[in-house]
Design a protein around this ligand. Structure first.
Ligand SMILES: *Cc1c(COP(=O)(O)O)cnc(C)c1O
Length: 362
């Protein structure tokens, strides 16, 4: 007898996350020499120069378990956000926090609400617990707070919002978020996923950590994978009321963030200059991509993140032609957007190469 037959039906029904194609895989498959990956919203500048030293230092202690409480990193985060250590949960990437929130708050008798065209991990972590996923219709490709509120049922325990949203790059300003929080029932956890917050232009920036005192049902998630350039090391964190943080810490694996990742994150947090440079390079890259799309007469969604969704009509065909030209972008069929592709903002040369290849692929 095959044990998979007895796995819960809701687990067998999960369709796995489709990651961006790694450069090495494309190079292996098509014999391409120097592929450009603009598929996973990584930082094209790499990471802060200070990260290298921190990592080398941490490598000398690899025989030791990491600090399971992440004291050093939590201290930095606490200073940064003006919160207490017991309000912080560290994660193996912020994906880990999404999963911890689902495991702590959901189960077969519960439901979670997320928006159409919002991050693919929300349905995944929801389904893995056996909870029911409610998809609130999007408005102009972004979150519709009204639709989300009216999707909340009596068994809803978690609402997920990505701000800015991936893959559409849309954004809800802080006033809208705050009024959403005021209207959300207090026994429903809002997971506010701020993976791209560092890319917001100055006029749109907001500090949701100030809302934690008023809203014990708020979990803010942040990552070192995007603007901080540490995607390969897997580190992120959550900020919440101590009671929520405590629950997440109970379901968390004791050593979920490696010592190397903790050391790198500490070094990365200190380098404001690198973050500023990443922001500036991203703004320039967005402008470059928009100009290219306009020249080609392609529709695109102006983005608050480090990526752009653009319309090509036959997403899969264009994606594959781009691959053969050595450029990896991200298909979004799995989001119900087969006519669109998502491209991450690269450095100037990469954007240029992409636009050139795109013109040839249409
Ligand atoms: C990339 C991304 C994350 C971060 O993932 P990590 O696990 O931290 O690498 C979280 N949420 C959204 C919406 C993302 O696009």
């Amino acid at each position: 007898m095959d044990p998979t037959a007895f796995a819960p039906g809701y687990v067998r029904a999960i369709s796995p996350y489709q990651p961006g194609k790694p450069v090495s895989e494309l190079e292996r498959e098509l014999g391409i020499v120097r592929a450009v990956k603009l598929a996973s919203n990584e930082n094209p500048l790499g990471a802060s120069p200070g990260v290298g030293d921190a990592v080398r230092q941490a490598l000398q202690e690899v025989s030791r378990y990491p600090d399971g409480n992440g004291y050093g990193l939590k201290q930095k985060i606490a200073e940064r956000h003006n919160v207490n250590l017991d309000q912080i949960v560290l994660g193996n990437g912020s994906n880990d926090l999404l999963d911890l929130a689902a495991r702590a708050f959901l189960g077969p008798d519960a439901s979670a609400v997320y928006a159409q065209y919002s991050f693919a991990v929300y349905p995944l972590v929801t389904q893995a617990t056996g909870a029911f996923g409610i998809v609130a219709p999007a408005i102009d490709f972004g979150h519709d707070p009204k639709a989300m509120l009216s999707s909340v049922r009596s068994d809803t325990r978690v609402v997920f919002i990505a701000n800015p949203n991936n893959p559409t790059g849309t954004f809800l300003d802080s006033g809208i978020l705050l009024s959403f929080l005021h209207r959300l029932p207090q026994d429903v956890l809002l997971v506010l996923d701020e993976a791209y917050t560092e890319y917001l232009p100055p006029g749109s920036r907001y500090d949701s950590s100030r809302w934690l005192d008023e809203f014990p049902n708020l979990l803010i998630t942040r990552t070192f994978s995007k603007a901080y350039g540490l995607a390969g090391l897997r580190v992120g964190y959550g900020l919440a009321h101590p009671n929520v943080a405590d629950l997440l810490n109970r379901v968390r694996q004791p050593f979920n963030v490696s010592a190397v990742a903790q050391a790198a994150a500490i070094a990365a947090l200190d380098d404001k200059e690198f973050l500023e440079l990443s922001y500036t390079v991203n703004r320039a890259g967005l402008a470059q991509l928009y100009a290219g799309f306009r020249t080609m007469g392609l529709e695109f969604l102006p983005s608050y993140g480090n990526f752009v969704l653009f319309k090509v009509h036959e997403g899969t065909a264009v994606y594959e032609r781009l691959l053969r030209l050595g450029v990896i972008v991200r298909p979004v069929n799995n989001y119900g957007l087969p006519e669109w592709l998502r491209v991450s903002v690269g450095i100037g040369d990469e954007n240029e190469l992409f636009l050139h290849a795109l013109a040839k692929s249409l």
